[in-house]
Design a protein around this ligand. Structure first.
Ligand code: ADP
Ligand code: ZN
Length: 732
């Protein structure tokens, strides 16, 4: 399966990986030549920077004019298939190759020869005098037993100045030593027995095991209601890949990377997998990167960027909760980790498992057309039943003014509290109130940099812009008419629901789960573990509660505003809203043997097709209807789309260039594509930059990337204009 890397004896083309990518340049190879995919240091002006051997140098170039490679850092190259993947991913997403390569070299200190790295480890002595700052540093060390840190990283994690760490080293409480070699990960044992599987699980697991054992590429949509035991099934595919001596990658939405999941892997294979997400230390990041490249980590569990680790021989990629929006990156490189997983697997001969209770319409259609295999788990594992579902028609409820929990929902909560069970109130809105309005003049307080309203966050006691992060104090006088005391928060966010809960259920313990209230992934994980352990009665959460957590004692889910996602011009609104509500409802009653859970949707439109589909449980009919609607207008996945976002501080400059683009669209039309827009982007101004959007629409088979490249290449954007292309945009 592995082809040998190309070898370049005298010159090589090297992708230069500085912070601002310079591109690909030719260099003289070091004595003895260099292999494709090797990591090197090369001179660039007065500096030495990281580079990756990309291909052969241009033959007609005068060798004496080339500068030599300064040093080979890692001669053990990226596997050729990995470079092939990066090239094709760059082509697909219209990303310059060095930018794409930077995604694959995002580990700290890759440009440092191992011997030069120094790290801090615990010392033998105790500090003469313990201060709070010193204690914080020692706590961080104790919290990460076995890990080592660079001194700057340690100070940063502890939130202290670097002098505190230096002081502890001087006293012998810590020691600074040359970094030890990165250690391989403990071997996972695929031979250990898994849980005995239910019949439908066994059938699905057998199919996946066979596909992995056969080798070669294939994608399977593993569809099963929440709690049906999909994880147990795909862990069998992992076992098959490990048994073949190949590596496996499980992608999870970042927030679902819970301790619980790692425990399940450990229980199954006797050791913990490598972890890759924003919460790991720099040392772990570096170690995992090297071990992935050497094939010395069998299983990696990670967030979307783990897809760009330099695995030596990947046999399986699982994308859990494959419909999740967090798999799409919309920054610098615009890519979908789900789609790139399929591309990577097709190049390196691996199997892909896309697991979800609510697949994306793309995957649903691919499974329906036979492009993907499909496996279904139709019931929950064991005795656990799916929750009962009902709508609460808000038009018929006697809603107390200024409150958002209807009498019917309140009654259901009270019943759960009396039984010692948990209830979840779901509202996909961070903060206290989405709008602050002046009752004297009608002014709504907006962000001065963005086309967005400021959102009141009562815990921080600030107004916050959810677009740019700008915050300000909550004013007492209206900024427009200057009248005092007439500003009022309008509409609910989760903090406001929490206030209502505190007033109406004063004896209940309540916890808010909202991403802005946790300063680290670790803090969030701890809270989730406490909820799972029963230390709270009522959870008030935004969409982060929808993501795969197991709360065994949770029996009621109340959706505060089921209509929230249904409006809006976005064609994907129905799909997203359906997925979110189905996932949230699925949190209820996951305990085997317990009474079925209950999910109640508060709505003003109980007859809306999405609400009806959720209540009836006719998911397949819903997907088929959505697919038919998209097909009738040639929208994805039946047609192709690319978004082009332009931004500039000056609206006139922006509009002029947008018009020029629209007038030069002949290459698009020649390729069978059409251009829609320019129009103001969905958020028309962010951080002081005006934004316009165009959509390129084409039939499914049209060469959309090449056409866009031909279209944009001859046009010279004005200074300070930013242009990004988003192939397969999330909203349209
Ligand atoms: P899903 O990923 O489909 O939501 P999980 O794999 O998390 O479902 O399974 C739901 C619950 O059922 C978990 O607590 C899991 O441990 C349990 N479970 C699933 N399959 C089995 C099995 N074969 N034996 C024992 N417990 C199982
Ligand atoms: Zn803003």
């Amino acid at each position: 399966m592995q082809q040998p890397p190309a070898f370049f004896p005298d010159r090589a083309r090297i992708a230069v990986l500085t912070c601002e990518p310079v591109g690909v340049l030719d260099y003289l190879a070091p004595e003895g030549g260099v292999r494709q995919g090797a990591l090197v240091l090369v001179p660039l002006g007065p500096r030495r920077v990281l580079g990756l051997v990309w291909g052969p140098g241009a033959g007609d170039f005068d060798l004496t004019r080339l500068r030599p490679v300064a040093r080979v850092l890692d001669a053990q190259p990226f596997a050729p298939q990995f470079l092939d993947f990066l090239t094709r991913a760059a082509d697909y997403t219209l990303t310059p190759p060095p930018l794409m390569l930077r995604m694959a070299t995002r580990a700290p200190d890759l440009d440092q020869p191992p011997a030069a790295r120094r790290v801090i480890v615990p010392g033998a002595a105790r500090p003469f005098r313990m201060t709070e700052a010193r204690q914080r540093v020692l706590d961080v060390i104790a919290d990460h037993a076995g890990a080592s840190f660079g001194s700057a990283e340690l100070a940063q994690l502890a939130g202290v100045g670097s002098s505190v760490v230096k002081g502890l080293v001087a006293q012998g409480a810590l020691a600074e030593i040359a970094a030890p070699r990165d250690l391989p990960y403990p071997r996972l044992d695929p031979g250990l027995p898994g849980k005995p599987l239910a019949d439908d699980q066994r059938a699905a697991a057998d199919r996946l095991r066979a596909a992995v054992a056969r080798g070669g590429y294939g994608t399977t949509l593993l569809r099963g209601v929440t709690g049906s035991g999909k994880t147990e099934v795909y862990l069998e595919a992992v076992a098959a890949s490990l048994a073949q001596g190949r590596q496996a990658l499980v992608l999870l939405p970042e927030i679902a990377l819970s301790a619980e999941f790692l425990d399940r892997v450990e229980a199954r294979f006797g050791a913990r997998p490598g972890e890759w997400h924003s919460g790991i230390t720099r040392t772990e990041r570096r170690r995992l990167w090297h071990m992935a490249a050497r094939g010395e980590v069998g299983l990696v569990v990670g967030a979307r960027s783990a897809l760009f680790l330099p695995f030596r021989d990947l046999g399986l990629i699982v994308v859990d909760e494959e419909h999740d929006g967090s798999y799409k990156q919309e920054d610098v490189v615009y890519y979908s980790a789900r789609d790139m997983a399929v591309l990577r697997a097709s190049i390196c001969g691996a199997q892909v498992v896309l697991a979800s209770a609510t697949p994306s319409l793309e995957s649903w259609v691919n499974a329906a057309s036979g492009k993907y295999a499909r496996l279904d788990l139709r019931s929950r594992y064991g005795e656990a039943e799916l929750p009962d579902m009902a709508a609460i028609d808000l038009r018929a409820e006697d809603m107390p003014s200024g409150l958002w929990i209807s009498p019917t929902l309140a009654q259901a909560v009270t019943a759960r509290l009396a039984r010692g069970e948990q209830a979840l109130l779901f509202l996909n809105r961070r903060g206290f109130a989405p709008v602050t309005v002046c009752r004297a003049c009608g002014e709504q307080i907006g962000c001065h940099q963005c086309d967005a309203r400021m959102v009141e966050h009562r815990f921080q006691n600030r107004l916050v812009c959810h677009q740019c992060g700008e915050t300000g104090p909550i004013p007492t006088a209206c900024p427009a008419c200057k009248v005092e005391g007439r500003l009022a928060p309008i509409g609910p966010g989760v903090e406001r629901i929490a206030e209502e809960v505190a007033a109406r259920f004063p004896d209940a313990r309540a916890t808010i789960l909202s991403s802005d209230l946790f300063h680290s992934a670790r803090a969030l994980k701890e809270t989730i573990a406490r909820i799972a352990g029963g230390e709270t009665d009522i959870i008030i959460g935004t969409q982060i509660v929808a993501k795969g957590h197991n709360f065994p004692n949770l029996t009621l889910v109340g959706v505060i505003d089921a209509d929230l996602g249904l409006q809006g011009a976005d064609m994907r609104a129905a799909e997203r809203s359906f997925q979110l509500m189905r996932q949230v409802a699925g949190r209820a009653g996951r305990q085997s043997g317990a009474a079925p859970g209950l999910a109640l949707l508060q709505t003003h439109q109980p007859d809306h097709p999405v609400i009806r589909a959720i209540l009836s449980g006719q998911d397949e009919a819903f997907w088929d209807a959505e697919a038919a609607a998209r097909q009738s207008v040639g929208m994805p996945p039946f047609g192709r789309l690319a978004g082009v976002i332009l931004s500039h501080p000056d609206l006139a400059v922006l509009a002029d260039f947008a018009r020029l683009l629209a007038d030069s669209a002949a290459p698009l039309r020649q390729a069978g594509a059409e251009l829609w827009g320019p129009a103001p982007a969905p958020i028309a101004r962010i951080r002081g930059r005006h934004r316009m959007r165009m959509l390129v629409h084409a039939p499914r088979q049209a060469p959309i990337q090449a056409a866009i490249a031909d279209w944009l290449a001859p046009l010279k954007p004005p200074a300070n204009l930013r242009l990004s292309v988003d192939i397969d945009p999330q909203s349209f």
